[in-house]
Design a protein around this ligand. Sequence first.
Ligand SMILES: [Zn+2]
Length: 137
Amino acid sequence: MKSNTIAKIMEKLIAKSIFNPEEDGCWEWTGARTQNGFGYGTINLHYKKWATHRISWVIHNRKQIPKGMEVCHTCDNHACWRPDHLFIGTHKDNMQDMARKHPCDPNRAINKGEVRYVRLTDIKRRELLIKLELLEE
Ligand SMILES: [Zn+2]
């Protein structure tokens, strides 16, 4: 992917997300979600629908998702696309991981809980892009 394409995607992601200001807080997509019970965020790019956590993993790791593997969440917030909350696993890993965290209801709706989220200002957005090494300082 070209770096200006990546920067555009990231800007789209950041513009439509809310950010938990805690140090390791989630970056949560507020746009469209999949309707399959998982509630993954989706974003349209070049007439194709992408899962936000998958595109984020690809951009951050600068490689394709290995065949047959899934991008899983350590935070269990399926709308989250923060790169360090994502890890690669098999479908089985993903299902086991979810079942371990929520033995009763692996398809439960995302619970925003009491977490406080904020939208980023233009300045903060810029800072984040620089931090992600997508913009020059
Ligand atoms: Zn998260």
